[in-house]
Ligand binder design. Sequence first.
Ligand SMILES: O=P(O)(O)O[C@H]1O[C@H](CO)[C@@H](O)[C@H]1O
Ligand SMILES: O=c1cc[nH]c(=O)[nH]1
Length: 236
Amino acid sequence: MSTPTPHNNAKLGDIAETVLLPGDPLRAKFIAETYLEDVVQYNTVRGMFGYTGYYKGKKISVQGSGMGIPSIGIYSYELIHFYGVKNLVRIGSAGAINENLKPHDVVIGMGACTDSRYAAQYDLPGTYAPIASYELMQKAIEKAKEQGTQVTVGNILSNDVFYSDAGLDNLAKWKKMGVLCVEMEAAGLYMNAARAGVNALAILTISDCPFTGEECSAHDRQVAFTKMMEIALELA
Ligand SMILES: O=P(O)(O)O[C@H]1O[C@H](CO)[C@@H](O)[C@H]1O
Ligand SMILES: O=c1cc[nH]c(=O)[nH]1
């Protein structure tokens, strides 16, 4: 596989083995500017910014992934197969499904249900269950504890539809199955990682509660979700 790719102008070697993947490229910029030393911006294609730098002396990259499984599917596939990335950590916003979750709470996606057809490409004789890397998940839980950040760990939903004709009806059905929150990428990331034999994890911050109407601003989604960022940065 050759680099640069159609979506990333990094050269082989420009990207670290561990990459944080916020959906929002401006969240990637914020992380690079706030936390990393000796930062180099390696990607600007489509405004989907990517940076490599050092956090506490360890090389780490942060790459915008865009919204939805098709988008993170492209970025994560290229990171894995073209750039040799081994650890992919999504850091995203999510809507609460579980009534105990409130804005700014942190959730770790042990498993990711989905209504996406992404798994159809594998032609499996059944339903695939996308799960996080146990190793990354265990380390993230440990780091959260050290940092004094409470995390809720469990099953999440990667939905294809943000504005659904079904309103809250579909979320209510996932709620009955104990699903904690809804976002739009983790299941695709977990599948790409599983297929390639590398590690993936999704750490999320609750940005809104669809059942109650509570919500954070777009500015908060970009820069205020620092607890999940600080857990993820420790995974390098
Ligand atoms: O904040 P990010 O990481 O983009 O994640 C969530 O926000 C977007 C929807 O607003 C979707 O990408 C969803 O997964
Ligand atoms: O995908 C998402 C992300 C945040 N909030 C939602 O309701 N859905």
